[in-house]
Design a protein around this ligand. Structure first.
Ligand code: PRX
Length: 654
């Protein structure tokens, strides 16, 4: 981790947006006094608060005896309790009014639509649970899931949970090499995949990737294959089984066993500061409670909602806020398989109108792409079914926030900017839509039971409006339990940052709390620059740049500089209405100077046709930093979405 100094936070405090009276009237929580009391209890008497929530929100087969055991860095919640996570997402709704309610509305990229009720989803999951058990899967075994965004992905996750198997979902954009590494790390016995998935009108050959991966994975015995695209695949006798064939004759009732509250539920690999991905381990009851409670309050879920989260199931957002948090609440989840600009850049807006979707949860990078594509695509559609918008994954720049608010939300939908991480399992900092006035660019205030603080190198809280490290001071139920097979790295990465404070979780993010106590996330500490002794968040510079009329996207990185420590290099993509020129460079420097101050003016501005991104849409600043520093890229590019971007950037050099 780079030098942990305090950095200056320069983001301007903008205006506040209050929830509308109409929204407040129907909100799950709208009384600020009740909220204050509940929050105070949740952090001052966490065992009382979480114990009560666990009893109210989860279905237990055996009640827990003890709410919390905290021996930093290891935590256990709801000790002695037993439950089944799939039962909590499915069986609990059977025999109620939700039984015939849609659990999933699915739209494939080619336009095929499927609706699956809770009762039907239960059948599917029960069948797959039998199939897994018949192939010899036992509780605790690991299963890799490499599927497109189709209902089978949800079915597969819930069937694993039902039989106590630990799933590791691998995003469909990862390569064979990445699949192999993950399977080998967790020693998965079975892989669930599909022949292919649709993306931008083309078939992504998933099975072919799995074939290459499992050549190097001795633990894999069975590959279960869903037929999605009908592309030709090679089936290996004795190893590969068609999902549909396994399906025939499998019973559609399954007596689920109860598992310990701390039974492992899933491993999800995520990038760390070193090259090897970290296998974040989440367990059952605490994770589910965090996902369920946060979804209920933050998305203000109503029985009639049709909720659309555009994140892939291969990321934590898909786990918590497509599957576990939503289905445990009995919600209707809309799943979309493909790209947002297929066949045209208005696909989301068309789906929202056609399916009457009420909540949209997406990422700032997507919002900026929509802005770039132009308002006309949005204005073709009414979007009047929407009542709530969410943002996740990176700081949202105030310009994108305002566009989302005005163009998509028509100024009537609250925006919940939700800060959290793969490791935290559920949302940690976010507005409650009926309570919290929002400020564009701020994730606002902590969720129940969460005690974040902005601290210095010693873990001591810094004064308001000064930047520091974002830390979480006490445990919460949905936190990661360890890194799979690497407990030392777990301790090192998350619980060793503050000397003498072994129980304080380090997020890796920098933040500032303003005079109202609102949190402004500046970005990863390793994305924070030190220019002439001033620490400045890259997100702030980028936000300033994208607020200029010519700029579509921007990424800021540091380059070592003898005089200044680091000099600031920014990569900028322009809106189609503007062209690169030296005048524009000067105008952008002046603009950043105006927005933030002279100290933040970029030393070098490079115009680019595109920025290197991960398949989940995050700008890979690491690569840009390498390019800015050495003119070369030698580091790991396996998660890069489009390789041509890199060669274009290289040839664009000044
Ligand atoms: O830097 C923060 C940023 O994303 C990181 C976590 O990434 P990941 O584990 O991939 O999970 C993403 C989805 C939860 C954080 O350390 N981040 C996430 N949400 C926000 C954010 N930064 C600012 N504002 C957010 N709302």
């Amino acid at each position: 981790m780079s030098t942990p100094q305090i950095f200056v936070s320069l983001q301007k405090v903008g205006r506040k947006f209050k929830p509308s009276a109409a929204f407040e009237r129907l909100a799950n929580l709208a009384d600020p006094m009740a909220y204050d009391q509940l929050y105070a209890e949740s952090v001052n008497a966490p065992e009382k608060f979480w114990g009560r929530q666990a009893k109210e929100h989860l279905v237990w087969r055996k009640p827990f005896k003890q709410v919390l055991e905290w021996k930093p860095p290891h935590v256990q919640w709801f000790l002695g309790g037993k439950l089944n996570v799939s039962e909590n997402c499915l069986d609990r709704h059977l025999g109620t009014a939700r039984e015939n309610k849609a659990a999933i509305i699915f739209e494939g990229e080619p336009g095929d639509v499927r609706t699956i009720t809770y009762k039907q989803l239960h059948f599917h999951v029960c069948r797959l649970a039998h199939i897994l058990e018949n192939t010899g899967i036992k509780s605790g075994d690991r299963i890799a899931i490499y599927l497109p965004m189709i209902p089978e992905a949800v079915i597969a996750m819930l069937a694993c949970a039902r039989v106590g198997a630990v799933h590791t979902v691998i995003f469909g954009g990862f390569s064979a090499e990445a699949i192999k590494d993950r399977i080998n790390d967790c020693q998965a016995k079975l892989v669930i995949t599909a022949d292919g998935g649709w993306r931008r009108g083309k078939v992504i050959e998933l099975k072919a990737n799995v074939d290459r991966a499992v050549e190097g994975t001795p633990t894999v015995q069975t590959v279960l294959v869903v037929k999605r695209c009908g592309n030709e695949v090679r089936m290996v006798e004795g190893r590969d089984v068609w999902w549909k064939e396994a399906w025939e004759g499998a019973p559609n009732r399954h007596d689920a066993k109860a598992f310990d509250a701390e039974h492992p539920l899933f491993i999800l690999y995520t990038s760390g500061s070193t090259g090897k991905p970290k296998g974040v381990l989440h367990t059952s009851a605490g994770y589910l409670l965090g996902a369920k409670l946060s979804a209920h309050y933050i998305f203000d879920l109503k029985e009639t909602d049709r909720y659309f989260c555009s994140a892939d199931i291969g990321w934590i957002t898909g786990h918590s806020y497509v599957v576990y948090g939503l289905l445990s609440n009995g919600s209707t989840v809309f799943l979309y398989e493909g790209a947002p600009n297929q066949p045209e850049p208005d696909r989301f807006w068309s789906m929202i109108d056609r399916h009457g979707l009420t909540i949209l949860y997406t990422a700032p990078t997507a919002i900026r792409a929509f802005m770039r594509w132009g308002d006309n695509y949005v204005l073709r559609h009414r979007l009047d079914s929407l009542r709530l918008l969410g943002s996740v994954g990176e700081p949202i720049n105030p310009e994108a926030w305002m566009w989302y608010h005005t163009m998509i939300g028509k100024k009537k939908c609250p925006i919940v900017d939700t800060w959290w991480q793969t490791e935290t399992g559920s949302i940690m900092i976010s507005p409650l839509p009926g309570i919290t006035p929002t400020k564009p660019g701020s994730a606002t205030l902590p969720f129940f039971g969460i005690l974040p603080k902005v601290v210095d190198e010693k873990g001591e809280e810094v004064p308001r409006n000064s930047g520091g490290k974002l830390a979480i001071m006490q445990p919460w139920p949905s936190m990661l339990r360890t890194l799979w097979g690497d407990d030392d790295r777990f301790k090192q990465a998350y619980f060793s940052e503050f000397p003498g404070k072994p129980g304080v979780y380090f997020t890796g993010d920098g933040a500032r709390q303003d005079e109202d106590g609102y949190f402004w996330i500046v970005g990863r500490i390793d994305d924070v620059l030190n220019v002439s002794g001033h620490r400045i968040g890259t997100a702030e510079i980028e936000s300033a740049l994208v607020s200029h009329a010519a700029v579509a996207e921007a990424a800021a990185v540091g380059r070592p500089d003898e005089l200044k420590g680091q000099s600031l290099v920014v990569f900028v993509t322009l809106k189609s209405t503007h062209t690169a020129s030296d005048e524009l460079k000067e105008a952008l420097r002046a603009h950043v100077g105006k927005e933030i101050g002279s100290l933040a003016k970029p030393d070098t501005i490079r115009f680019a046709a595109g920025l290197p991104k991960t398949r989940s849409g995050k700008i890979m600043r690491r690569l840009l930093k390498e390019l800015a520093t050495s003119g070369e890229i030698k580091g790991d590019t396996t998660t890069l979405e489009d390789f041509s971007v890199i060669s274009a950037l290289k040839s664009d050099e000044e």
